[in-house]
Design a protein around this ligand. Structure first.
Ligand SMILES: [Zn+2]
Length: 298
Protein backbone atom coordinates (compact mmCIF):
# COMPACT_ATOMS: atom_id res chain seq x y z
CA UNK A 1 0.00 0.00 0.00
CA UNK A 2 1.18 3.50 -0.72
CA UNK A 3 -0.13 7.02 -0.54
CA UNK A 4 -3.62 7.68 -1.82
CA UNK A 5 -5.98 10.65 -1.87
CA UNK A 6 -9.33 11.87 -3.09
CA UNK A 7 -9.36 15.34 -4.67
CA UNK A 8 -12.57 17.32 -4.17
CA UNK A 9 -13.88 20.88 -3.90
CA UNK A 10 -17.39 22.17 -3.11
CA UNK A 11 -17.46 24.04 -6.44
CA UNK A 12 -18.08 20.67 -8.14
CA UNK A 13 -21.53 20.70 -6.48
CA UNK A 14 -22.40 24.21 -7.65
CA UNK A 15 -22.32 23.38 -11.34
CA UNK A 16 -25.77 21.88 -11.07
CA UNK A 17 -29.15 21.43 -12.72
CA UNK A 18 -31.28 19.13 -10.53
CA UNK A 19 -33.57 18.08 -13.40
CA UNK A 20 -30.56 16.89 -15.45
CA UNK A 21 -29.12 13.37 -14.98
CA UNK A 22 -25.61 14.85 -14.62
CA UNK A 23 -26.28 16.73 -11.37
CA UNK A 24 -24.62 17.31 -8.02
CA UNK A 25 -26.31 14.37 -6.26
CA UNK A 26 -23.95 12.11 -8.22
CA UNK A 27 -20.92 13.29 -6.28
CA UNK A 28 -22.72 13.00 -2.94
CA UNK A 29 -23.53 9.39 -3.86
CA UNK A 30 -20.00 8.53 -5.02
CA UNK A 31 -18.45 9.96 -1.85
CA UNK A 32 -21.12 8.76 0.60
CA UNK A 33 -19.04 5.91 2.07
CA UNK A 34 -15.72 7.79 1.99
CA UNK A 35 -15.86 8.81 5.70
CA UNK A 36 -15.61 5.10 6.67
CA UNK A 37 -12.21 4.92 5.00
CA UNK A 38 -8.94 6.40 6.06
CA UNK A 39 -8.31 8.23 2.78
CA UNK A 40 -7.29 11.90 2.95
CA UNK A 41 -9.28 14.44 0.94
CA UNK A 42 -7.26 17.13 -0.79
CA UNK A 43 -8.52 20.37 -2.28
CA UNK A 44 -8.33 21.09 -6.00
CA UNK A 45 -6.95 24.19 -7.68
CA UNK A 46 -7.80 25.94 -10.96
CA UNK A 47 -5.95 24.44 -13.91
CA UNK A 48 -2.88 26.25 -15.19
CA UNK A 49 -4.11 28.30 -18.15
CA UNK A 50 -1.11 27.48 -20.37
CA UNK A 51 -1.75 23.77 -19.73
CA UNK A 52 -5.46 24.13 -20.52
CA UNK A 53 -4.52 25.81 -23.82
CA UNK A 54 -2.58 22.70 -24.82
CA UNK A 55 -5.87 20.79 -24.70
CA UNK A 56 -8.37 23.43 -25.85
CA UNK A 57 -8.55 26.34 -28.26
CA UNK A 58 -8.07 29.66 -26.48
CA UNK A 59 -11.15 31.08 -28.17
CA UNK A 60 -13.27 28.24 -26.79
CA UNK A 61 -11.94 28.76 -23.25
CA UNK A 62 -12.80 32.48 -23.47
CA UNK A 63 -16.26 31.70 -24.82
CA UNK A 64 -17.02 29.42 -21.85
CA UNK A 65 -15.77 32.08 -19.44
CA UNK A 66 -17.96 34.72 -21.07
CA UNK A 67 -21.12 32.65 -21.29
CA UNK A 68 -20.94 31.57 -17.63
CA UNK A 69 -20.69 35.14 -16.30
CA UNK A 70 -23.80 35.25 -14.16
CA UNK A 71 -25.94 33.47 -16.70
CA UNK A 72 -27.30 30.00 -17.19
CA UNK A 73 -28.33 28.03 -20.21
CA UNK A 74 -26.97 25.38 -22.54
CA UNK A 75 -23.62 25.30 -24.34
CA UNK A 76 -24.98 22.57 -26.62
CA UNK A 77 -28.20 20.53 -26.46
CA UNK A 78 -26.79 18.21 -23.72
CA UNK A 79 -24.47 20.46 -21.72
CA UNK A 80 -25.90 23.06 -19.35
CA UNK A 81 -24.04 25.84 -17.59
CA UNK A 82 -24.63 28.26 -14.73
CA UNK A 83 -22.54 31.03 -13.15
CA UNK A 84 -20.33 28.44 -11.39
CA UNK A 85 -19.66 26.21 -14.38
CA UNK A 86 -16.55 27.92 -15.77
CA UNK A 87 -14.77 27.86 -12.43
CA UNK A 88 -15.99 24.31 -11.70
CA UNK A 89 -14.60 23.19 -15.07
CA UNK A 90 -11.25 24.92 -14.36
CA UNK A 91 -11.12 23.19 -10.97
CA UNK A 92 -12.10 19.79 -12.44
CA UNK A 93 -9.23 19.94 -14.93
CA UNK A 94 -7.00 21.35 -12.18
CA UNK A 95 -7.79 18.34 -9.99
CA UNK A 96 -6.22 15.98 -12.50
CA UNK A 97 -3.26 18.35 -12.90
CA UNK A 98 -2.82 18.31 -9.13
CA UNK A 99 -3.16 14.51 -9.00
CA UNK A 100 -0.28 14.22 -11.48
CA UNK A 101 1.81 16.52 -9.27
CA UNK A 102 1.03 14.41 -6.19
CA UNK A 103 2.20 11.32 -8.06
CA UNK A 104 5.27 12.92 -9.61
CA UNK A 105 6.54 15.01 -6.72
CA UNK A 106 5.14 13.34 -3.61
CA UNK A 107 5.07 9.66 -4.55
CA UNK A 108 1.32 9.23 -4.33
CA UNK A 109 0.30 6.09 -6.18
CA UNK A 110 -3.51 6.16 -6.27
CA UNK A 111 -5.62 9.32 -6.58
CA UNK A 112 -9.34 9.70 -7.30
CA UNK A 113 -10.46 13.03 -8.74
CA UNK A 114 -14.08 13.32 -7.60
CA UNK A 115 -14.97 16.03 -10.08
CA UNK A 116 -17.79 17.50 -12.14
CA UNK A 117 -18.36 18.47 -14.91
CA UNK A 118 -17.02 15.31 -16.56
CA UNK A 119 -14.62 15.65 -19.47
CA UNK A 120 -14.16 12.83 -21.98
CA UNK A 121 -16.63 14.07 -24.63
CA UNK A 122 -15.19 17.62 -24.70
CA UNK A 123 -13.41 18.30 -27.98
CA UNK A 124 -10.62 20.83 -28.52
CA UNK A 125 -13.06 23.62 -29.38
CA UNK A 126 -16.48 22.27 -28.40
CA UNK A 127 -18.45 21.19 -25.34
CA UNK A 128 -20.34 17.95 -25.70
CA UNK A 129 -22.22 15.31 -23.72
CA UNK A 130 -22.25 17.13 -20.32
CA UNK A 131 -18.49 17.87 -20.68
CA UNK A 132 -16.82 21.31 -20.81
CA UNK A 133 -13.04 20.80 -20.49
CA UNK A 134 -11.39 17.44 -21.08
CA UNK A 135 -10.01 16.66 -17.63
CA UNK A 136 -8.20 13.44 -18.51
CA UNK A 137 -6.52 15.02 -21.55
CA UNK A 138 -5.26 17.85 -19.34
CA UNK A 139 -3.90 15.22 -16.94
CA UNK A 140 -2.20 13.29 -19.75
CA UNK A 141 -0.55 16.40 -21.23
CA UNK A 142 0.58 17.55 -17.80
CA UNK A 143 2.02 14.10 -17.03
CA UNK A 144 4.10 14.27 -20.22
CA UNK A 145 5.43 17.77 -19.48
CA UNK A 146 6.15 16.73 -15.86
CA UNK A 147 8.48 13.93 -16.92
CA UNK A 148 6.34 10.81 -17.34
CA UNK A 149 7.49 9.51 -20.71
CA UNK A 150 4.38 7.54 -21.66
CA UNK A 151 0.79 7.76 -20.46
CA UNK A 152 -1.87 5.07 -20.80
CA UNK A 153 -5.52 6.19 -20.58
CA UNK A 154 -8.20 3.63 -19.79
CA UNK A 155 -11.78 4.80 -20.36
CA UNK A 156 -14.40 2.37 -19.05
CA UNK A 157 -17.36 4.78 -19.31
CA UNK A 158 -20.24 3.25 -21.29
CA UNK A 159 -19.81 6.01 -23.87
CA UNK A 160 -16.80 6.40 -26.13
CA UNK A 161 -14.47 9.24 -25.12
CA UNK A 162 -14.51 10.94 -28.52
CA UNK A 163 -12.86 14.11 -27.22
CA UNK A 164 -10.00 12.27 -25.55
CA UNK A 165 -9.32 10.15 -28.63
CA UNK A 166 -9.49 13.12 -31.01
CA UNK A 167 -7.43 15.64 -29.01
CA UNK A 168 -4.66 13.09 -28.43
CA UNK A 169 -4.85 11.45 -31.87
CA UNK A 170 -1.47 12.85 -32.97
CA UNK A 171 0.33 12.18 -29.69
CA UNK A 172 2.19 8.85 -29.85
CA UNK A 173 3.23 9.18 -26.18
CA UNK A 174 -0.34 8.61 -25.05
CA UNK A 175 -2.24 5.36 -25.51
CA UNK A 176 -6.04 5.68 -25.47
CA UNK A 177 -7.98 2.53 -24.56
CA UNK A 178 -11.77 2.60 -24.37
CA UNK A 179 -14.49 0.01 -23.81
CA UNK A 180 -18.00 1.28 -24.49
CA UNK A 181 -21.44 0.41 -25.78
CA UNK A 182 -21.41 0.56 -29.58
CA UNK A 183 -23.17 1.61 -31.73
CA UNK A 184 -24.27 4.29 -29.27
CA UNK A 185 -23.76 7.95 -28.34
CA UNK A 186 -21.51 9.71 -29.42
CA UNK A 187 -21.22 7.52 -32.53
CA UNK A 188 -17.44 7.17 -32.54
CA UNK A 189 -15.31 4.35 -31.13
CA UNK A 190 -15.42 1.61 -33.75
CA UNK A 191 -12.54 -0.82 -34.18
CA UNK A 192 -11.78 0.88 -37.51
CA UNK A 193 -10.36 3.82 -35.55
CA UNK A 194 -7.74 1.65 -33.82
CA UNK A 195 -4.03 2.16 -34.47
CA UNK A 196 -0.69 1.86 -32.65
CA UNK A 197 -1.89 4.07 -29.78
CA UNK A 198 -5.68 3.86 -29.93
CA UNK A 199 -7.67 0.77 -28.97
CA UNK A 200 -11.46 0.75 -28.98
CA UNK A 201 -13.25 -2.30 -27.58
CA UNK A 202 -16.86 -1.78 -28.70
CA UNK A 203 -19.44 -3.73 -26.67
CA UNK A 204 -22.92 -4.68 -27.92
CA UNK A 205 -25.99 -3.53 -26.04
CA UNK A 206 -26.53 -6.11 -23.27
CA UNK A 207 -22.84 -7.01 -22.87
CA UNK A 208 -21.87 -7.65 -19.25
CA UNK A 209 -19.30 -9.14 -16.89
CA UNK A 210 -18.23 -11.90 -19.30
CA UNK A 211 -17.22 -9.40 -21.99
CA UNK A 212 -15.67 -7.07 -19.41
CA UNK A 213 -13.51 -9.89 -18.03
CA UNK A 214 -12.24 -10.69 -21.49
CA UNK A 215 -11.47 -7.05 -22.34
CA UNK A 216 -9.89 -6.12 -18.98
CA UNK A 217 -8.43 -9.53 -18.10
CA UNK A 218 -6.89 -10.39 -21.47
CA UNK A 219 -6.81 -7.59 -24.06
CA UNK A 220 -5.88 -4.64 -21.82
CA UNK A 221 -2.95 -6.27 -19.95
CA UNK A 222 -1.32 -7.22 -23.26
CA UNK A 223 -1.63 -3.65 -24.55
CA UNK A 224 -0.19 -2.18 -21.35
CA UNK A 225 2.73 -4.64 -21.43
CA UNK A 226 3.48 -3.67 -25.00
CA UNK A 227 3.19 0.13 -24.56
CA UNK A 228 5.10 0.23 -21.26
CA UNK A 229 3.55 3.37 -19.78
CA UNK A 230 4.84 5.14 -16.69
CA UNK A 231 1.43 6.26 -15.41
CA UNK A 232 -2.19 5.14 -15.80
CA UNK A 233 -5.01 7.67 -16.11
CA UNK A 234 -8.54 6.32 -15.88
CA UNK A 235 -11.73 7.90 -17.18
CA UNK A 236 -13.97 6.28 -14.59
CA UNK A 237 -17.49 6.33 -15.95
CA UNK A 238 -19.78 4.18 -13.84
CA UNK A 239 -22.61 4.30 -16.38
CA UNK A 240 -21.45 0.88 -17.60
CA UNK A 241 -23.37 -0.48 -14.58
CA UNK A 242 -26.49 -2.58 -15.30
CA UNK A 243 -28.61 -0.21 -13.17
CA UNK A 244 -27.66 2.89 -15.16
CA UNK A 245 -30.70 4.65 -16.66
CA UNK A 246 -28.88 6.09 -19.71
CA UNK A 247 -27.11 3.00 -21.08
CA UNK A 248 -27.72 -0.66 -21.93
CA UNK A 249 -24.68 -2.53 -20.68
CA UNK A 250 -25.24 -5.20 -18.02
CA UNK A 251 -22.10 -4.94 -15.94
CA UNK A 252 -22.72 -5.83 -12.26
CA UNK A 253 -20.93 -4.65 -9.10
CA UNK A 254 -18.73 -7.70 -9.60
CA UNK A 255 -17.74 -6.55 -13.10
CA UNK A 256 -16.92 -3.05 -11.87
CA UNK A 257 -14.83 -4.58 -9.07
CA UNK A 258 -12.99 -6.72 -11.63
CA UNK A 259 -12.06 -3.64 -13.68
CA UNK A 260 -10.96 -1.53 -10.72
CA UNK A 261 -8.99 -4.39 -9.15
CA UNK A 262 -7.27 -5.20 -12.43
CA UNK A 263 -6.26 -1.57 -12.93
CA UNK A 264 -5.06 -0.98 -9.36
CA UNK A 265 -3.14 -4.29 -9.28
CA UNK A 266 -1.55 -3.63 -12.68
CA UNK A 267 -0.35 -0.23 -11.48
CA UNK A 268 0.96 -1.74 -8.25
CA UNK A 269 2.79 -4.61 -9.98
CA UNK A 270 4.48 -2.21 -12.37
CA UNK A 271 5.11 0.38 -9.62
CA UNK A 272 3.43 3.17 -11.56
CA UNK A 273 0.85 5.62 -10.24
CA UNK A 274 -2.82 5.46 -11.17
CA UNK A 275 -5.23 8.40 -11.30
CA UNK A 276 -8.99 7.98 -11.61
CA UNK A 277 -11.22 10.83 -12.74
CA UNK A 278 -15.00 10.67 -12.60
CA UNK A 279 -16.86 10.69 -15.91
CA UNK A 280 -20.45 9.34 -16.14
CA UNK A 281 -22.68 7.20 -13.91
CA UNK A 282 -26.29 8.20 -13.29
CA UNK A 283 -27.80 5.66 -10.89
CA UNK A 284 -27.13 7.00 -7.39
CA UNK A 285 -27.26 3.64 -5.59
CA UNK A 286 -24.86 2.10 -8.11
CA UNK A 287 -22.54 5.10 -7.81
CA UNK A 288 -22.46 4.74 -4.04
CA UNK A 289 -21.55 1.05 -4.29
CA UNK A 290 -18.94 1.71 -7.00
CA UNK A 291 -17.42 4.41 -4.77
CA UNK A 292 -17.16 1.94 -1.92
CA UNK A 293 -15.53 -0.68 -4.17
CA UNK A 294 -13.04 1.99 -5.25
CA UNK A 295 -12.20 3.19 -1.71
CA UNK A 296 -11.56 -0.39 -0.54
CA UNK A 297 -8.86 -0.68 -3.19
CA UNK A 298 -7.18 2.67 -2.50
ZN1 LIG B 1 -20.96 7.96 -20.15
Amino acid sequence: MGKSAVIFNEIFLKHDLPSHPENATRLHALLKTLPSFNIPVQDSKPVDMELLKLAHEEQYIREIEKRCQGFEGHLDPDTYYNEHSYYAALMAAGAVEKAVNLCFKENYNCVLCAVRPPGHHAERGRSMGFCIFNNVVVGALHALTSGFKKVFIIDFDAHHGNGTQHILADNPHVFYFSSHQYPFYPGTGSENENNEHIYNAPLSSGAGDKEIKQVYGEILPALINKFQPEILLVSAGFDLHEDDPLTNLKVTDEGVKFILETLVMTAREKTMPIIFTLEGGYNLQALERCGEIMFRLM
